[in-house]
Write a protein that binds this ligand. Structure first.
Ligand code: CA
Length: 267
């Protein structure tokens, strides 16, 4: 996401909160907010403008944005070292990534071009198209379907075979749409979503689209020390086997493993 639209998007992001407050501040306050607590601090490439992040079969993959700087990477979790990298064509702005079978699918922001890479070699296997903007992606573990965000309050459930839209989810918090849903992660029956230009992760019920609560990353964002206008919290990865949850941000020099929210920890 580029800077010229940042102010407009910030105003749009704040609009629902203003409307909510006008209708009664207690309504928004009813949703639980959990302050994220770091349990482990790991190095992260401060040159990575993080757009996508996931762990598949114990390996960490990351995508980065900005034209001329976009890439898809395999990263060593403990050291933050980039093990493998494919740069995107200089004209493309990389966005979310997701694993599917032996492939990694990747979006681009306003280019409408999706990429299919071989998971292990990063060789380009093909391309696909989609309507509108491409922001974040994650996978529903049970079906293998892709969940895609596009900057609006609507998530698309995608058939990864042909990238057709199976259905959509309208995301609301106390009845009000939550726009700017960005990087995504399916965690134990919930969709976690960074909300662009905020320090909050929305915990979304995939069936209803209702936000169940928020994870606040503000304290960890300040601890990361990357407080530039574009250096927002973005990037959530779930290690399902080890039950570890990781978060980072754009150009943050650090990635955090965070304590699981109680609702997830109980499962
Ligand atoms: Ca993710």
């Amino acid at each position: 996401m580029a800077r010229p639209v940042a102010l407009l998007a910030l105003l749009l992001a704040l609009a629902p909160m203003g409307a909510c407050q006008a209708r009664g501040p207690q309504r928004a306050a009813e949703l639980p907010v959990v302050q994220a607590e770091a349990v482990r601090r790991l190095p992260h490439d401060a040159g990575a403008y993080t757009e996508g992040l996931f762990i598949d079969r114990g390996e960490l993959f990351e995508s980065t944005g900005q034209t001329g700087r976009s890439s898809i990477r395999k990263v060593d979790l403990a050291s933050g070292k980039v093990l493998m990298k494919r740069d995107l064509p200089a004209s493309l702005f990389g966005e979310g990534i997701a694993p599917w079978r032996d492939e990694i699918l990747g979006l681009t922001w306003r280019d409408g071009i999706g990429l299919r890479l071989n998971r292990d070699s990063f060789a380009l296997k093909g391309r696909f198209g989609y309507a509108g903007e491409g922001w974040g992606m994650t996978v529903e573990p049970a079906s293998g379907d892709i969940v895609m965000s596009d900057g609006t309050a609507t998530l698309r459930i995608i058939n990864p075979e042909d990238f057709s839209v199976r259905r959509t989810i309208s995301v609301t918090a106390r009845g009000l749409p939550v726009a700017n849903l960005n990087e995504l992660e399916w965690v134990e029956g919930e969709i976690l979503a960074n909300v662009w230009l905020t320090d909050r992760i929305a915990r979304i019920d995939p069936a209803s689209g209702h936000v169940l609560g928020w994870i606040d990353l503000g304290r960890l964002h300040r601890a990361a020390g990357a407080m530039g206008e574009d250096q927002v919290a973005n990037g959530i990865a779930w290690d399902a086997a080890g039950r570890h949850l990781y978060i980072t941000g754009k150009e943050w020099p650090v990635m955090f493993e965070i304590k699981l929210p109680k609702s997830i920890a109980r499962r």
